[in-house]
Design a protein around this ligand. Sequence first.
Ligand code: ADP
Length: 260
Amino acid sequence: KKMALPVPTQPVEVQELAESFNALLQTVNDHAVQERQFTSNAAHELRTPIAAILTHVQLLKRRAAEHPEIVPQSITFIGEESLRMKQLVDSLLTLSRADRAVLTMAPTDLAAVVQDVVVTERLLIKQPLTFQGTATLVMGNAESIAQILTALIDNAAKYSPETAPITVQISTTPTAHQVVVKDQGMGISDAHKAHIFERFYRVDAARTPAIAGTGLGLAIVAQLVKANQGTITVSDNQPRGSQFILSFPRQQALSEKISE
Ligand code: ADP
């Protein structure tokens, strides 16, 4: 009879180490897949306008002499597609900068930032835009908070009828100061809510073919929010539309400062 050798059981630490190593590998792998996907999306998005521009350049070369009437139309088209490419490249650059951005944080009055953005946005959008809120200090970077709010208000306007009001409110919970942007537009279904902050994600481009966009706006917002150590969530507005809630942690020292 052979004697069975005792099987050494692995110490718990080794098992835990192996598990966290596997988890790490998985994360690195997921990240690599996402990066490949991102590069491929970006290339594809740029390829489309480039192809369209080339087609019109060819058309102009071959036909313009005989058919001068096509010239203005082709030039307009080339201009529009070039603009689309420029916006996309600008967004990609913003995204790559925001990734590494170390922002200068300072006590910032949310109300003052919102007020500035609202004044500018009123000139740019058709919908009535109202603001409610009093001076509220948070630790953050004013310029990038303005950028975040501009993007949220632009979206609210883009995805709402021209007469549907948009509101911006500052409110305070026991733990956070918040800026809430509400619209009464088409809203976002729960299945899509989880994805809209992803790069290049657009809810059903077929639903909104007339609305130009790259799907990068909210990805930039998410990065800027993170750089400001804030959080952002989206939920349904009542009775219709969406609301985006931008939150900053409350800090005792800042509350005292504002009441001085
Ligand atoms: P886009 O350039 O397509 O607007 P974003 O990253 O800003 O890209 O937004 C991603 C998607 O989220 C949009 O395509 C749109 O479908 C949806 N979305 C964003 N904001 C709103 C909103 N206020 N109401 C309805 N849908 C929205």
